[in-house]
Every structure is written in C-alpha cells, then in structure tokens.
Design a protein around this ligand. Structure first.
Ligand code: SF4
Length: 379
C-alpha cells in the first residue's frame, strides 16, 4: 500500500523541488521508530527543505511527530493523495515508471477491529475503488509497458463491500483479466483467507495469468490466540483453504503474515504458531514481533517479556527459512518465467527471486532455468 501510494505522491509532487515527504507507517512500534529515523535522516540530508510527514504514523502518533524539531508539518493520511492538501496544482507530471511491477491500491481502510491493530485508526473504514477506476489505472500502467499488476489493499478481500451491488474481489479479478487479455500477470498482495469468494477461489485454482502466490494475513496458528486477536478464521480454515488450492494448483506458493509473542501466548500456543508454518508450507513469511500499540485492546492484555517475543519471532523466521530453502531447492533445474527487474534479478510467478544473466532487459519476462542456489537466491 505504501509503495503504491508513495509512487502516486512522487508523481503528484515531482515539481516541488524543496519539499521532502516522509510517508510513514505505524503498523508496529518498530515502524514508528524507523519513521522517526527517516525523518532525522531526511532533515540532515536536506536542512533547508520543507519536511512534511503523512501516512499512518502521522495519524496515530500525531502529537509526537509534530513535536519533532525536524518536522515542518503533517498532512492527514486520508488527504495525502489530494493535491489540495499539498497546495499544488491538480495535474500529474508525466509518469516515470520506477517499477516493472505496478501496485494498484484498489481498497483502503478496514472495517474490522483486530485487537492488536492500529490501522483502522490510521486509515479509517474500508473504501473500494470502483471497477471503472481500477480498469483505468491498469490501462495507464499497461500503456507504460508494465508486465505485472499487483492488486493491493489494507483488507484487499473486503473490496467491493461498499460499492453498489456489493461485488466481490473475484468479480474484479475476472473483469481485469477479461478487459486486458494482453496483461501477462496479475498478482494479489495479501488476502484474508476467510474472505475469499468462490469466483476468486476458482481463479486462484486455475487461471494462469493470476499468479500462483497466495499471501495470507494469517497472524497465528493457535485458535485461542486467533480469537483473542478477533480474527475471523481458525487454524483449520487456513489448512483447508491451502490444501484445497494446492490440490488444484500444485505450484502454488504460500506466504503468511505471522505475529510472534501476542499477549497471553503460552508455550503451546507458540508451538502451534511454529507448526502451522510447516503444515501450510509457508515459503514467504512476514514475521512481526508483537508490539503493543496504544489504544488497542491487546495493549491491555497481559504482555510477554520483550526477550521472549524476540526469541519466538526468531524461531518463526527460522522455521520459514527451512521451508523456503527446501522449496527453492525444488526449483533448481526447472525453467521459470522470470519478470526482470532493474537490479539484475526478477521474480518467478510463484514470487521466487531469481538472479538473471547480465544484459536481461528490465520489464522483460524471460525463461530462465536456475542451476543453483546462492545465498537464498536462485541463479
Ligand atoms: S483486518 Fe485486522 S489486522 Fe488487518 S487492517 Fe483490519 S483491523 Fe488491522
């Protein structure tokens, strides 16, 4: 989401030479710490520029950020893509694509109330981009030669619930694939497995242009913790979903967001969190050590010692690394369609990262057969 929005901001503000914008994140305490660090660094690099901060931390940590001497002002997160908020003319500068992959934020905000999460405070309720607007965005990116479109959202699978007729995400994906037969690749960022509608399931199971890559906002592998988090799925729901999809699409790569050390997490609950990694075959893991966010119900629950949270996060990361290494090893010797990026690497449909031979043009999809694994990278 932030990548996609930062790209839009860059285009909107490209002519503002003396402006530095920090588009912040508040999802964890660590993200806020890094935001403060980015602000200090930016101020050092550009002592005379006007430095404005927007993003979720500018909502959730408003007073603290405004009090930083480096900061000249805050822009409300909901207004950041509105030219009027920045006092600039409402025109776009010509696009200068910096990504061969285009991230399109089709949904923003969230109507859920997971007990650990500050995002609804930072981004407000769920809003969806109407189909026509999504089609226009995709067309704009395809005109620039983009080979892969990634649909993103804070709660992507709730797309459509606020639109007339309440269409589901599967309908949007089908509409995009039908409208743009020349679009080689469509990818979903993170999805809430329990919200996958039947049409989306069918597309994930068999549509070749929808990448075989399912990233679940899983958060935990233990049912009691999932309930305390106020998630809407149970462990068995995630297992059943992945088993059903893998039965239909064997090359599906599974990713997951997992929180380590949620309040009250017992040793047994942590063991469930660890074991679901192997059971699902999680090869793309985003592990977050739990950090209490002010104003959330989880912040009032009995907390684990910070050292225990850290150790458990390390154990989860190690478990993902084991899955990932075994999975990458199975891809050696297999031809992969790799979308080349600017740094000499690219991603296969299953999102494995591959080092490409020198001279490969960014934006091209090349067939490459990796012969070995070098430091976790197929080459
Ligand atoms: S679904 Fe839960 S974790 Fe995700 S943004 Fe909404 S409240 Fe936060």
């Amino acid at each position: 989401m932030n990548l996609s929005e930062s790209e839009e901001l860059r285009a909107l503000l490209a002519r503002e030479q003396d402006l530095v914008v920090v588009n912040s994140c508040a999802v964890t305490a660590e993200a806020v710490r890094q935001t403060r660090q980015a602000i200090r660094r930016a101020r050092k690099a550009r002592p005379d520029a006007r430095l404005l901060v927007t993003g979720c931390a500018a909502e959730v940590e408003r007073a603290a950020l405004a009090a930083m001497p480096e900061v000249d002002g805050l822009i409300a997160n909901h207004a950041k893509l509105d030219p009027r908020a920045w006092n600039v003319a409402p025109q776009r500068t010509p696009d200068t694509a910096t990504h061969t992959r285009a991230f399109i934020a089709v949904q923003n905000g969230c109507d859920h109330a997971c007990t650990f999460c500050v995002i609804p405070q930072g981004r407000g309720g769920s809003r969806s981009l109407p189909v026509a607007a999504v089609l226009r965005e995709v067309e704009r990116h395809l005109d620039r030669g983009t080979s892969e479109v990634v649909l993103t959202g804070v709660d992507l699978t709730s797309w459509g619930q606020d639109l007339p007729g309440e269409p589901r995400l599967g309908a949007l994906v089908a509409a995009l694939l039908a409208a743009f037969p020349a679009l080689p690749r469509l990818r979903l960022s993170s999805v809430d497995g329990i919200e996958i509608d039947p049409a989306l399931f069918a597309l994930l199971a068999s549509e070749e242009r929808l990448m075989p890559h399912l990233h679940l906002s899983l958060q935990h592998g233990n049912d009691l913790i999932l309930k305390r988090m106020k998630r809407r799925h149970l462990r068995r729901d995630a297992l059943a979903l992945v088993a059903a999809l893998k039965a239909r699409r064997a090359d599906l790569a599974v990713g997951a967001d997992l929180i380590a050390g949620f309040p009250t997490e017992s040793a047994a609950a942590h063991a469930d969190n660890l074991s679901i990694i192997a059971e699902l075959g999680v090869v793309h893991g985003h592990v977050f050590p739990y950090s209490a966010r002010a104003g959330t119900p989880a912040a009032r629950m009995p907390q684990l010692a910070p050292a225990a949270v850290k150790t458990r996060a390390a154990e989860l990361r190690a478990a993902v690394a084991v899955q990932r290494a075994a999975w990458l090893a199975t891809l050696v010797g297999k031809p992969l369609a790799v979308l080349a990026e600017r740094d000499g690497t690219g991603h296969a449909p299953n999102f494995a990262r591959v080092a490409l031979p020198p001279g490969t043009r960014p934006g091209e999809i090349v067939i490459h057969t990796p012969t070995r694994l070098v430091e976790g990278l197929l080459a």
